[in-house]
Design a binder for this molecule. Sequence first.
Ligand SMILES: Cc1ncc(COP(=O)(O)O)c(C=O)c1O
Length: 160
Amino acid sequence: MKIPITRPLLGIEEADAAHKTILSGWVTQGPKVAEFEEDFAEYVGSKYAVAVSNCTTALHLAMIVAGIKSGDEVICPSMSYIATANCITYVGAKPIFAEVNEDFNLDIEDVKNRINSKTKAILLVHQMGMPADIDAFQAICKEKKYNINRRCCMCYWFRL
Ligand SMILES: Cc1ncc(COP(=O)(O)O)c(C=O)c1O
């Protein structure tokens, strides 16, 4: 039996847009990227948005911006895409894998048990379109003064 998951919704509109962009000659940072950044920022209610080449790059940048460095620990889900752990190792830090629940999102009790003096951030992935309990994690991070890195590559459209 085949159970399709995370099948992308791409149709003629997306194909047309890609077609037009290819024919425009702008195959690097061009007007379409700027338009996308503006539209995305407006959609998520942010002042700015920066488009990058892929999710791994975005996460790597997020680790740098959050000041994560060698010797630090970052708690992340034990079941996710490899980019989740890779971005932590790229800055010399150690991924600490926490359990996930039935919705594949981080188990808050297991996360709490893994927090120690080296913990610098929690990398919260909204897995496969299912939003994690951001309020609960935000409360821990506020208390401990941690960074919370919300990975929304699979779920950026939901509202909190
Ligand atoms: C949780 C998650 N993050 C990121 C990605 C994609 O990462 P990248 O754009 O760096 O290939 C995937 C792809 O399946 C994913 O499942």
